[in-house]
Design a protein around this ligand. Sequence first.
Ligand code: 7TS
Length: 426
Amino acid sequence: MNAQSTAPTRTATRAATASVGDFDVTAVRRDFPILAQQIHGKPLAYLDNAASSQRPQSVIDAISHYYEHDHANVHRGVHTLSQRATDAYEGARDVVRRFIHAKDTKEIIFVRGTTEAINLVAQSFARPQLQPGDEILISGLEHHANIVPWQLVCEQTGAVLKVIPISNAGEVDFAAFETLIGPRTKLLALAHVSNALGTVVPIEKFIAVARRLSVPVLIDGAQAVPHAKVDVQALDCDFYCFSSHKMLGPTGMGVLYGKQSLLERMPPWQGGGDMILTVSFTKTTYNQLPWKFEAGTPHISGAIGLAAAIRYLERIGMERIARIEHELLEYATHQLSALPGLRIIGTAPHKAAVVSFVLDGIHPHDIGTILDTEGVAIRTGHHCAMPVMEFYRIPATARASMSFYNTFEEIDRLVAALEHTRQVLG
Ligand code: 7TS
């Protein structure tokens, strides 16, 4: 009821915000062919962007163009196609470098995704230096990708995993952090943005403390890079990881940024072709950065697609994206809060466009299934953040996550579909 009574005022807001600057959401949506389809006879409302975003035509075209005209293996042949492929692959590295403002392309390692980036740092950076009793510090809102690699390395070395608690609102407890970080802390690994709650962690504050104590810092930026400007030099973190598929690019592609001085000291993680200079049965010498960490034929089309995705994001502008998504978040939070029996999980004042929620008496999986019949795609489950669910003593949440190409109308459809769910199951 409340939602219906507030809808007219929100409609006025919609009209105003649909045109932030010269942003035309209808035109933008035409760039994403997948969005213009019906699911179960209803227009698709894709609100599962935190799991994976969709791709604009320019990304699809860049990948097709590469396979149609330029494909060959990289760093190998003197023939024209191999040189073109190498130029495109290495050119993509520079696009990424510029996008996150790294100093040098040597600091940009192409990997399969955030998960692989974190595992690389755990095994190549942390493992060789960890002694029994040393500590790795993470927070209570991490994705499993920023928990399990540290548990593995702790099992391998006798190091101990320490966890900074979170508050009921879903914020990382800074005071607790200050008491937990200490002389035995060998690495601080924090999410920039929580995928399950949407919390934007004020990592600058945490990094400043770690810097004072000379503790290296890894940031899991999987949910941050697609939604706001990230400057790794300004942040002054040691490692920063993200995935292409959450930022309009292809799957199977991601980035590990690392400070050159640290990457130089780290041993290779995987061995094989491309990461060596010379190989003999008695002695092998390793390639320079960044190739030292890229064993085997890389995901060439993935890098090219990622570069195209970055160009698209830059054309729209990261500041504008952040503003639009903030409007969507505010609207969704307002409208969903008005639904009787709905509780939002994660209420930090500073959030990305993620709204996790539970509905009284209805399992999130049932919500997801009914919403799908209405054409509304959300994610339900533990979001690979089981400790977060445990903290709130719930098995799962329903999660709507927005991108700049979403509309206020789609949020209205989410709300209407939830009303319908309550009528069917409540
Ligand atoms: N870190 C965070 C904060 C994430 O949200 C994810 C994926 C990962 C790491 C792992 O990224 P990957 O590309 O290596 O798989 N998050 C989600 C999600 O929220 N729903 O599906 C995947």
